[in-house]
Ligand binder design. Structure first.
Ligand SMILES: [Zn+2]
Length: 362
């Protein structure tokens, strides 16, 4: 335990001595909307620099993706054109990357908690007012039931790694104070490229992601932090961004070529090498805000991933997800149809597994 505590303290020290906290926002359900920008900057888009009325500002732009449950943090300095570009080009990939996780962690997006359907059609999961409803055929390979938990094995929908990374960069640049934006000209230009493949920017030194999974029921609130390097002499990336929500956290180094001239880099996972020296600047996980609870749902895990891939990744198996529960009812083989069981339990759900159609009453 002490060793772990020491390690955590060391990481905390690293951030305290090298970085200032540029922002820290916590999403409180039902709270008032926080407007991130300065009022006098409202009518200039931070991403394309265009001004009203050349571009319109009619749509509600979210500083943190709405699919993560953000209802509060709205960005005024994002024009409708940039807003729909980012939505179409980047957010979709991020949603696919999270996939089953959004359903199991019960993240309320724009249209509620998304349902999940396994690709072989043998399992579906829906969120209802009674909780999660899991329908699966006996021969399904996605679910293993245990006494007090379920293990899910799923395959991710096809996604492009660089688009997932870019969608995090987009959030990081939405949240950073407006005055910082000029340092990120190249980064914004890169975000707005139509093609990931034919890019004039090479951001491969930055495209790492520290992904943390914290098991248990809602261990984290939706929360974001921005860390800006204290001064030029320190050899760490200029801007690091941390996003936490439900069971997940994502940490990235945000590309900033103007400020990171000394940090151009290697391709070693976990490290960014510093040219002309033997030094390496580590990409260190920021200690998370989740608290240890009495009930153990397993340990939090940190994983470092390289997200520079520009081609679609297909059929990537997800890490098994463990879902603990206090109470479950197994309804099988008692002669009742799914409709009858649902009616008895007061579950209003019309969606069925296709394979089970024959079991329903008609
Ligand atoms: Zn714009």
């Amino acid at each position: 335990m002490n060793e772990k505590f020491e390690e955590l303290t060391k990481r905390m020290m690293h951030f305290n001595s090298n970085y200032d906290v540029a922002f820290s926002y916590v999403h409180n359900l039902g709270g008032t909307q926080a407007i991130i920008d300065q009022p006098d900057k409202d009518k200039v888009c931070r991403f394309c620099g265009k001004q009203y009325p050349e571009v319109k500002f009619k749509k509600k732009a979210h500083a943190i993706s709405e699919m993560l449950g953000n209802k509060e943090f709205v960005l005024k300095s994002e024009c409708d054109t940039c807003n729909s570009f980012f939505g179409r080009k980047l957010e979709d990939d991020f949603g696919k990357y999270l996939g089953l996780g959004r359903t199991l962690s019960q993240i309320f997006g724009k249209d509620g908690v998304p349902s999940y359907k396994s690709r072989d059609g043998k399992c579906r999961i829906d969120y209802t007012d009674k909780g999660l409803v899991i329908q699966a055929t006996e021969d399904n390979e996605s679910i293993i039931m245990r006494k007090d938990h379920i293990i899910f094995h799923a395959v991710r929908d096809s996604y492009t790694p660089i688009a997932v990374y870019k969608s995090l960069v987009k959030m990081a640049l939405s949240l950073i104070p407006y005055e910082q934006i000029p340092h990120f000209e190249d980064t914004i230009d890169w975000l707005k490229e139509e093609s990931h493949l034919n890019s004039i920017h090479n951001m491969d030194n930055y495209t790492y992601l520290i992904e943390r999974y914290v098991p248990g029921p809602h261990p984290m609130q939706l929360r974001v932090f921005g860390f800006i390097r204290k001064d030029e002499s320190i050899l760490v990336p200029y801007y690091q961004f941390l996003l936490e929500f439900t069971n997940y956290s994502f940490q990235i180094m945000v590309p900033c070529k103007k400020k990171d001239t000394k940090l151009v880099g290697g391709h070693e996972i976990e490290f960014v090498s510093i040219p002309g020296t033997d030094e390496i600047a580590e990409f260190i996980p920021i200690p998370g805000t989740y608290k240890k609870v009495n009930v153990s749902f397993g340990e939090a895990s940190n994983k470092i991933k390289n997200m520079r891939g520009k081609e679609k990744v297909k059929d990537e198996p997800l890490e098994p997800i463990y879902l603990g529960f206090l109470d479950s009812q197994l309804n099988e083989g008692n002669g009742e149809t799914i409709d009858e069981v649902f009616e008895k339990e007061g579950i209003a759900l019309k969606k069925r597994l296709r394979n089970n159609d024959s079991l329903s009453k008609e």
